[in-house]
Design a protein around this ligand. Structure first.
Ligand code: ASP
Length: 315
């Protein structure tokens, strides 16, 4: 039996202790802990890494604090369009969705694409049609509405700007209603199988069907038992250009680097060189985990049968 491990994130960015109230900090840490416990319970009960990352993400998607599922940001058109992906490192199966609307848990839909379609990546209306056909839970627009997200969008909707959910300019605004972050999880189960999952509402005021790195296999999400399972968060355009998640896997496969070494190169050298702010979490098939970011903070947590456990926000 291998060491089993779960790592999660709830987004990275300019997250400073000075900008945080004790109540807000507690709400984030509690939200992370809940997701960590849910995912870890699956691993403890002999569940698969795939089911563990899914369980953790459903909890984070249902939490209004995070920019995924229920808490997703508004697009230029004033709606929520969500992206998600999941990958099983034991067989390289993967499922992704982009630009889906009214889906309560986009990660469930991505998993359904992986298991029960002949495809890997579905988008827009087609993905929604597939959700209906497969009986995936939908919610009305009101479910996704929050005054804060609306106000955040109203401020920039008449401009051509789009923004990450956690840039410094927005921080004071964000703090009023206390929300941030794309969500992700990576797990290694008792059988040494690994998996990764990522889910996001993307960027506020995004338009033209913009899709970030999160649902792109190899960019924001990747898993392969021979190397690593990775989930990214940050400025998606840069993570796409860096093919960030797969680059970690390549460094491990072709250069024999450890998970920590490979992630460190991608996050603190390659992404920094192209001004790609953010971070990533990863596990390998031995149950090692790493959580690395080049921003001020990253909502994150990990728990391992080897004994380590924590949830954290700042550097
Ligand atoms: N990477 C996500 C995107 O660009 C955003 C985030 O991580 O918060 O869509």
């Amino acid at each position: 039996m291998s060491v089993f491990t779960l790592a999660i994130h709830g987004g990275a960015g300019t997250i400073l202790k000075n900008d945080m109230t004790p109540e807000l900090e507690k709400a984030y840490l509690d939200g992370l802990q809940l997701a960590l416990d849910a995912g870890y319970a699956v691993l403890e009960e002999e569940g698969s890494a795939v089911n563990a990352v899914k369980a953790a993400l459903v909890i984070l998607e249902d939490n209004m604090l995070f920019n995924a599922g229920r808490g997703s940001v508004f697009t230029k058109k004033g709606v929520q369009e969500m992206d998600a992906a999941i990958m099983d490192g034991s067989n390289l199966e993967a499922g992704s969705v982009a630009g889906v609307r009214n889906v309560r848990n986009p990660i469930e839909l991505a998993a359904e694409v992986m298991r029960n379609s002949n495809h890997v990546f579905l988008s827009g209306k087609g993905a929604n049609d597939f959700a209906i056909k497969q009986g995936i839970k939908l919610e009305p627009d009101e479910y996704f509405f929050s005054q804060f997200r609306y106000d955040q969008w109203k401020d920039i909707r008449d401009s051509d700007n789009y923004s990450l959910d956690h840039t410094h300019q927005q921080l004071e605004e964000l703090m009023k209603d206390k929300k941030f972050g794309t969500v992700g999880a990576t797990a290694c189960d008792k059988n040494g199988n690994i998996a990764a999952a990522t889910s996001t509402g993307g960027m506020t005021n995004k338009k033209y069907g913009r899709i970030g790195d999160s649902p792109l296999i190899g960019c924001g999400t990747y898993a392969n038992n021979n190397t690593c399972a990775i989930s990214c968060t940050g400025h998606g355009e840069m993570f796409i250009r860096a093919v960030a998640a797969y680059d970690v896997s390549c460094l491990m496969e072709y250069k024999n680097l450890s998970l920590q070494e490979a992630m460190n190169i991608v996050v603190n050298e390659k992404l920094v060189n192209i001004k790609g702010e953010g971070g990533m979490i990863g596990v390998d098939a031995k149950g090692n985990a790493a959580l690395i970011f080049n921003s001020e903070g990253m909502y994150r947590g990990m728990k391992s049968s080897a004994g380590a456990e924590y949830v954290a926000i700042y550097k």
